[in-house]
Design a protein around this ligand. Structure first.
Ligand code: NAD
Length: 287
């Protein structure tokens, strides 16, 4: 059993903390909003939650908040700890935090997740982890209580790097699939025939085989429930912003990624941020 402080008990952090507690770990949680999570005792501040904890996990909306919490913890107590950030933040922010934490004598892993709220609840998240190998080995049993796929990607920042790359691919796939489906419809093609051929052909993708944006093609896809997420368009836009920031910092020309970022920015500005990102097909239809 490990004593774990869990900071940020929202849509993802709440069920993740509950799964850790269910696996027999002592979990002390903190959130700025009042939250009750089964099996988790709630502290009054992040520092108080971390007092007795060997490991601190953060699941927060952005890198600035993660840095704020990490600074608060380092200032309150200098005993060495393992800090695992499961939020999605910029690669540069993760690297900077890893350095700052190391200087203070503790360890830091960036461990963003894929699998959404459903994966967090079911304990089937995919973790992509950046940091030192020995810290990864220490974190593995804890991450295993919250996920079913845990990959060490390399040194600090590489977890966030692969997350940004994956979601840039996914956004481009979802847009081009929507364009192809609408083009097919306008050419008189039944979406079911499109699905039957393309899902078994070279144009297949997760965007089609799991997240098809037309109702009736794939059981459980957000299109069947008026695009209730799933993975909200605001979150996709956030991840594309992080990918574009990384592209700029590395001098990488990502033409399609940039177009996808612009498309999702317009879609979210149009009031669709709460819809699943596969609802982008409506933007293609309306164009
Ligand atoms: P959320 O907004 O539901 O939860 C974030 C929680 O952090 C909230 O409860 C908020 O009150 C709390 N918080 C904010 N500032 C705090 C502070 N200073 N101290 C303590 N708590 C604080 O967001 P979420 O959907 O749970 O996402 C968390 C992270 O996971 C984000 O970085 C997101 O990009 C990433 N993520 C989300 C999904 C998803 O499908 N929701 C999927 C993959 C990754």
């Amino acid at each position: 059993m490990t004593a774990v402080a869990f900071i940020g008990l929202g849509n993802m952090g709440g069920p993740m903390a509950a799964n850790l507690a269910r696996a027999g770990h002592e979990v002390i949680g903190f959130d700025v909003v009042d939250r009750q999570i089964e099996g988790v005792s709630i502290a009054e501040t992040a520092a108080q939650a971390a007092e007795r904890a060997e490991v601190v996990i953060t699941s927060l909306p952005n890198g600035a908040l993660v840095a704020q919490v990490v600074d608060e913890l380092l200032a309150a107590d200098s005993s060495p700890r393992l800090l695992i950030d499961v939020s999605t933040i910029a690669v540069a922010e993760a690297r900077e935090l890893a350095q700052r934490v190391a200087v203070a004598g503790s360890s830091f892993l960036d461990a963003p997740v894929s699998g959404g709220i459903a994966g967090a609840s079911a304990g089937t998240l995919a973790f992509m982890v950046g940091g030192e190998a020995e810290d990864f080995e220490r974190a593995k049993p804890l991450l295993g209580a919250m996920g079913s796929s845990i990959t060490h990607c390399g040194p600090a920042g590489t977890g966030q790097a692969v997350k940004a790359c994956n979601n840039m691919i996914l956004a481009v796939h979802q847009i081009v699939l929507s364009e192809a489906l609408v083009l097919g419809e306008r050419l008189g093609l039944d979406p079911q025939a499109f699905f039957d051929v393309v899902s078994n052909a070279t144009g297949n993708s997760w965007a089609l085989s799991v997240n098809a944006p037309v109702p009736g093609l794939v059981e459980g896809s957000p299109a069947n429930r008026d695009f209730e997420p799933g993975f909200a368009s605001t979150l996709m836009l956030k991840d594309l912003g992080l990918a574009m920031e990384a592209a700029q910092q590395t001098g990488t020309e990502t033409v399609l990624g940039r177009i996808a970022a612009t498309q999702y920015a317009q879609f979210v500005e149009g009031g669709n941020g709460g819809k699943d990102f596969s609802a982008i097909i409506n933007k293609v239809r309306d164009a």
